[in-house]
Design a protein around this ligand. Structure first.
Ligand SMILES: Nc1ncnc2c1ncn2[C@@H]1O[C@H](COP(=O)(O)OP(=O)(O)OP(=O)(O)O)[C@@H](O)[C@H]1O
Length: 320
C-alpha cells in the first residue's frame, strides 16, 4: 500500500511555508515550492539567496524552524531511510576520497545506499561508464583533473539510480568537455525517469536542460515558470539597436513618433530604441527610414532572455 502511494505521486517534492533561521538571520522566509515528477528543475539566485539552504532542507540535512517538506509524498522525519534510498545528492563541495581509486569511491557510496553483491558491481560499472570514467576506474582520485573529480562526484550520487537527483552547482570549475558530458548525462538520466533539481550560476546550462526555473532572492521564491513564461510575465520591453552612417539626430525625429517606442538614446551614430513587447513597429520604422534615405549600417533586435529576467528581478547579474 505504501509503495503504491509513492508510485502515484505527481508532485515529487512539496515544500510548504518553510522557515529557516540562523540565529536572527532569516535564511528561508516561508518558502513554497512544488516540483513535478520527471522534470529538470532549475534553482537560480544570487550568492546567499538561500539555494543551498533550501536544497539541504529538502534533503533532510538541515533542520528548519517551521513548515513542511515532502519528498515522494513522504515526510523525512518519519520515512528518512525509505526516502534516502530514492534520492541522490551532488554537493557543491566535492565529497570523494582522494586516496581511493574511482571504483572504490563509487562502491563505497553504493554500499551506503544498500546495494550488495552482483547488483552493486553492475550499478557501479554503469555509474562509471555513464560518467565516462570506466577506463580510469583503477586510477587514484588524486591523479584526476577537476572535471574528472566532478564527474566522479556525480557517479557516487547516481550509483543507486535515484528517483530524484539534487545537484548543487555540479559544474563549477570544470572544462567545457566535462561540462557538456555532465549536461548530456543529466538529460539521459532524466529521460530514463530521474527528476533533477539543479542549481547553477550559468544561465546557458539552465537554458540547455531545465523545464522550469525558480528564481530565489533573500530567502524567497520570487518567480517560477518556464523560461518563456518568466520572460512573458516579467519583461515588458525590448531593444532595437540601429547604426546609421549619418544624420542620426534627424532619424530620431522620424522614430519618436511611432507607437510602441518607449524611449531612445543616441551614442554617436548608434541609436538604441526601447520598444514595448509588440514588435510590429520595427518593420514600419525601418521602412520609413529607408524611404527617407537614411543609410542603415547595422541593425539588431535584442530579445529578452533569462539573464534579462534575473537582472530585472534581483538587480544582479547571474554571475555577480
Ligand atoms: N551555517 C550557517 N550559519 C549561519 N549562516 C549561514 C549558514 N549557512 C548559510 N548561512 C547564510 O545563509 C544565507 C544563504 O546561504 P546559502 O548558502 O543557502 O546561499 P546560496 O544561494 O546557496 O548561495 P551561493 O550561490 O553562494 O551558493 C547566506 O546569508 C549565508 O551566509
Amino acid at each position: 500500500m505504501t509503495t503504491c502511494i509513492i508510485e502515484d505521486v505527481r508532485m515529487i517534492i512539496e515544500v510548504s511555508d518553510v522557515v529557516k533561521k540562523y540565529n536572527k538571520l532569516d535564511v528561508l522566509k516561508g518558502v513554497n515550492l512544488s516540483i513535478r515528477e520527471g522534470e529538470i528543475f532549475g534553482l537560480l539566485g544570487p550568492n546567499g539567496a538561500g539555494k543551498s539552504t533550501l536544497m539541504n532542507t529538502i534533503l533532510g540535512l538541515l533542520r528548519f524552524n517551521s513548515g513542511s517538506v515532502k519528498i515522494l509524498g513522504k515526510d523525512f522525519s518519519t520515512h528518512a531511510t525509505e526516502i534516502k534510498r530514492k534520492i541522490g545528492y551532488v554537493p557543491q563541495e566535492i565529497a570523494i576520497f582522494e586516496t581511493l581509486n574511482a571504483i572504490d569511491n563509487v562502491t563505497y557510496w553504493g554500499r551506503l545506499y544498500g546495494l550488495r553483491g552482483n547488483e552493486l558491481a553492475q550499478m557501479v560499472k554503469k555509474a562509471l561508464e555513464f560518467t565516462g570514467l570506466w577506463d580510469r576506474r583503477k586510477s587514484k582520485v588524486s591523479t584526476f583533473s577537476g572535471g574528472m573529480k566532478r564527474r566522479l562526484n556525480i557517479a557516487c550520487a547516481i550509483v543507486h539510480k535515484p528517483r530524484v537527483l539534487f545537484m548543487d552547482e555540479p559544474t563549477v570549475g570544470v572544462d567545457p568537455q566535462s561540462r557538456n558530458h555532465i549536461l548530456e548525462s543529466i538529460r539521459i538520466m532524466n529521460k530514463e525517469g530521474t527528476t533533477v533539481i539543479y542549481t547553477t550560476h550559468y544561465m546557458e546550462e539552465i537554458e540547455a536542460i531545465c523545464d522550469r526555473v525558480a528564481i530565489m532572492d533573500f530567502g524567497q521564491i520570487i518567480a517560477l515558470g518556464t523560461i518563456d513564461e518568466l520572460i512573458a510575465d516579467h519583461i515588458h520591453e525590448q531593444c532595437l539597436r540601429l547604426e546609421l552612417t549619418a544624420n542620426t539626430a534627424e532619424a530620431v525625429k522620424v522614430i519618436e513618433s511611432f507607437d510602441g517606442v518607449l524611449s531612445f538614446s543616441v551614442n554617436k551614430e548608434i541609436l538604441e530604441i526601447k520598444l514595448d513587447k509588440d514588435d510590429s513597429c520595427i518593420p514600419r520604422i525601418l521602412e520609413q527610414l529607408i524611404k527617407q534615405h537614411f543609410n542603415i549600417k547595422f541593425m539588431a533586435v535584442e530579445k529578452p532572455d533569462l539573464e534579462t529576467v534575473f537582472l530585472q528581478l534581483t538587480g544582479k547579474k547571474l554571475r555577480d
